[in-house]
Design a protein around this ligand. Structure first.
Ligand code: ATP
Length: 275
């Protein structure tokens, strides 16, 4: 558990410019993050510190990237975990992990001379589902209670301030205690990209790839309705693999068309009837 968090702390930095589209989400997130950056003014005005932001949206839309960019934007240390890492057979272990996580976030920040830390919890619904609904599973409840305790304990006077960013596709099953003011009271919707967003993502992921003159990324964006950012990244990678297989020095429009088909078949995207 600890080494997983350590690994993510050392991952490459991501900025908001590395994220295609998602203009609304980026805007809302940045606005919220100003509260993290301008601590002194926040204190003077008596505004309570922002403790949690919830990113809500389908898989592969860039929630992890947004959390990493948030860490970079605020000069924070970054730690990522998944809600499923807290689910153990033994009562108490999950809660202990939550405590460890907060301690670890502060330790990593201290080691890197930072005064802020971002803890990113993907699939937060796994540990933050409605309490009392996991029949006979006290473990979930204790883990969630510990997360609430840790978040309530965050204060503007902490030497290292922790911001928790949670990601979920199932906000409907989250325990309402998590959404109460002072916890995840900011919610940012992260949707599948529209055509313009898809074009931006495609441009980002072909930055370092040689494209043939017949390639129109706008056409690819047009043909990829329903694709997430992760699917689009896959399309550019598959197209490059096809070019490699054919010993072609450049990626052609046909490579991209085949790659789109491949991703559709592989993922069985809903947009394809009977696929
Ligand atoms: P999950 O909910 O499955 O964890 P996620 O929403 O956190 O997914 P990410 O992990 O951020 O999605 O995205 C996965 C990969 O997809 C990224 O590493 C990146 O290559 C690509 N990607 C997704 N969205 C975008 C985007 N908006 N711009 C650029 N790349 C993107």
């Amino acid at each position: 558990f600890i080494s997983a968090a350590k690994r993510t702390a050392e991952e490459q930095l991501v900025s908001f410019d590395d994220i295609g589209g998602q203009d609304m989400a980026k805007g809302e997130l940045c606005e919220a993050l100003e509260f993290v950056k301008d601590v002194e003014r926040i204190k003077t005005l008596g505004i309570r510190p922002l403790k949690g932001i919830l990113l809500n949206g389908p898989p592969g839309t860039g929630k992890t990237l947004l959390a990493k960019a948030a860490a970079q934007f605020t000069g924070s240390a970054f730690l990522a975990v998944s809600g499923s890492e807290f689910v153990e057979m033994y009562v108490g272990v999950g809660a202990q992990r939550v405590r460890q996580l907060f301690k670890q976030a502060r330790d990593v920040a201290k080691r890197n001379d930072k005064t802020n830390a971002v803890i990113f919890i993907d699939e937060i619904e796994v540990l933050g589902g409605k309490r009392g609904q996991n029949a006979g599973h006290m473990e979930y409840d204790q883990t969630l209670n510990e997360l609430l305790v840790q978040m309530d304990g965050i204060s503007e006077n902490d030497a290292i301030r922790v911001l928790v960013i949670g990601a979920t596709n199932r906000i409907d099953i989250l325990d309402s205690a998590l959404l109460r003011p002072g916890r995840f009271d900011r919610q940012v919707k992260v949707d599948l990209p529209d055509k313009k967003g898809r074009l931006k993502v495609l441009q980002l992921h072909t930055r370092n790839k040689p494209l043939a003159d017949d390639v129109s990324l706008a056409d690819v964006a047009n043909d990829t309705f329903g694709f997430s950012g992760a699917h689009l990244e896959s399309v550019t990678n598959e197209a490059a693999i096809l070019a490699f297989r054919e010993s072609s020095g450049v990626i052609t429009a046909q490579h991209l068309r085949s790659a789109v088909e491949k991703v559709i078949m592989g993922e069985k995207l809903d947009r394809i009837p009977n696929a």
